[in-house]
Design a protein. Structure first.
Lengths: 104, 414
């Protein structure tokens, strides 16, 4: 697995840049990752990030948009406003979680 | 006397009941299967109905006739499962108790989950082909469709048989060409995924097949609603895809009774251990096939391989032994590509579909990730295997676990 350094954080990533070890993540790193994809983090972003982080600990998988809506209480429409175009993927990237596999 | 109750007599439930009946004695065990009706559908056949290749008679048989003697079959709607008291309440008030419960109630297209799908255009210019009624209605519509925008659309993943929408697009392209209509029809494939398919090598290959056929790909499209006046799909980020004929795959959800019983996740799928299908919440409840949340394809081939593993495990489990079988997510799917050819893909939780030969390395006779005529013949022949070998629980000479033998890794990974 390749490693990279972002704003002084040394992290292990996959081919697409997703963290391969969620434990290497910190809120500080989250801000840097968001900057990489041009997202300014607001409180609403953080609410989404914290939900998927804690849900991942329980479920062992990155939450889908539906799960973020139904369980996390953040509507899909809002997710598209927060993380335009590819919300599930961008959120996973910023939150240091594996790319959500679209389910085969 | 111990009691196994199986909810659902589809592909997984029927195989579970038949295979368990062969292995558990009549004296010690009763096996009861409950389903809401007595019609078993060969669902892979729906794909061919819009193009007039199959009829209703070829894809329907009584459920009861597929079950071995000694399996009790009850036609009833399940109201709820009380996992704390080990009982199943049926609509009408009857209660059935169990020692072990196997939930095999599948997944169902839910057009009601998308605003505007079941509106004025439903079954007029909006069709699904994941139900027999829908596939038949679409067959009628195709007879008079001769120009405009045909859109093939996936609402949300996961869906039953994730390759079927692509197959539909390939077959539609072929069908239109044969009628000399292809130049008058714009064909578009709209998906919430970021590519034609979920897995990289197959996505690239299948994406190339869309391109060759001039089928436009619209990725990353999460439908919010359907505008019936504009006749357009509208996404959450306000993009529109207009259609004259929409062939959509609605949101798929597990059975409502699963949700009512508090046994399901946000899509009514039962959370299970993905290797054994044991419920994470209840030690005497299993869920198998499309009804569970295992991250494998929702498809009959997965159910088939999964049931093989499950039965051996179940026999150990009821004796208090550790379950030694571990399901690897194996799926094996024929993908119709038009021109009377098909591809075959073979993959599991860890390994994406790769090119190669199957089931015998180098010999085949089937080819992986490559359209061939023999794959197509294999797909058509499968209907007979389904009714006569698979459902009765007879062994098919295919290993339950995926094998890397005969598969080629892409160059950058070798």
């Amino acid at each position: 697995m390749p490693t990279t350094t972002i704003d002084g954080h040394v992290i292990s990533i996959d081919n697409e840049g997703f963290l391969t070890d969620p434990d290497e993540w910190s809120e500080d790193l989250g801000k840097s990752l968001a900057a990489q994809i041009g997202v300014d983090l607001t409180d609403e972003h953080w609410r989404a990030i914290r939900f998927v982080r804690s849900d991942f600990v329980e479920q062992g998988e990155t939450a889908t948009l539906r799960r973020i809506g139904v369980v996390g209480g953040i509507p899909v429409k809002t997710m598209f406003a927060l993380f335009p175009q590819k919300p599930a993927k961008k959120l996973a990237y910023v939150a240091g979680l594996p790319k959500p596999h679209g389910c085969v | 006397m111990k009691k196994v109750v199986v909810l659902g007599a589809g592909t997984a439930g029927t195989m579970v009941a038949n295979k368990l009946r062969a292995r558990l004695t009549d004296i010690a065990w009763t096996i009861t299967v409950i389903d809401r009706d007595d019609v078993h559908h060969y669902q892979p056949g729906y794909l061919f109905i819009p193009f007039g290749h199959y009829t209703r008679q070829e894809v329907e048989r009584p459920r009861r006739a597929q079950l071995k003697d000694g399996v009790h079959f009850v036609v009833a709607e399940v109201d709820r499962v009380n996992a704390d008291t080990n009982t199943v309440e049926l609509v009408g008030g009857d209660v059935i108790d169990y020692d072990f419960l196997v939930i095999a109630s599948g997944t169902t297209p839910r057009p009601d989950q998308t605003e505007g799908m079941v509106g004025s255009q439903w079954r007029r210019s909006i069709f699904d082909f994941y139900t027999l009624d829908g596939a038949e209605a679409l067959a009628q519509a195709l007879k008079t469709f001769d120009r405009g925008q045909m859109v093939v659309h996936i609402s949300e993943m996961p869906i039953k048989c994730p390759v079927a929408p692509l197959e539909f697009a390939f077959l539609a392209d072929d069908w239109l060409r044969q009628r000399g209509l292809r130049d008058r029809v714009d064909l578009t494939f709209v998906t919430p995924l970021d590519a034609a398919f979920t897995q990289p090598v197959a996505a690239e290959f299948l994406g190339g097949m869309l391109e060759e056929r001039k089928i436009h790909l619209v990725p990353d499209f999460m439908v919010e609603r359907i505008d019936n006046e504009l006749k357009a799909l509208v996404s959450y980020d306000e993009r529109q895809v207009p259609f004259d004929l929409l062939v959509t795959v609605p949101v798929n959800m597990g059975a409502d009774f699963v949700g009512r019983s508090g046994l399901g996740d946000e899509l009514n799928y039962v959370p299970v251990d993905k290797h054994t299908f044991l419920s994470v919440a209840h030690a005497n409840v299993f869920a198998i096939g499309d009804a569970c949340n295992a991250p494998a394809s929702k498809a009959g081939s997965v159910a088939h391989f999964a049931v093989d593993i499950f039965v051996g495990n179940f026999l150990q489990y009821v004796k208090g032994l550790p379950m030694t079988g571990s399901f690897d997510g194996h799926a094996n799917c024929f993908v119709e590509s038009g021109d009377e050819k098909a591809l075959l893909i073979d993959f599991n939780y860890e390994t994406q579909p790769l090119p190669g030969r199957y089931p015998l390395p180098f010999i085949g006779p089937l080819s992986l990730l490559k359209p061939t005529r023999i794959n197509h013949i294999g797909k058509l022949a499968f209907r007979h295997l389904y009714w006569n070998v698979l459902l009765p629980g007879h062994p098919l000479p295919l290993p339950s676990h995926m094998s890397m033998a005969g598969k080629h890794l892409p160059e950058e990974e070798t």
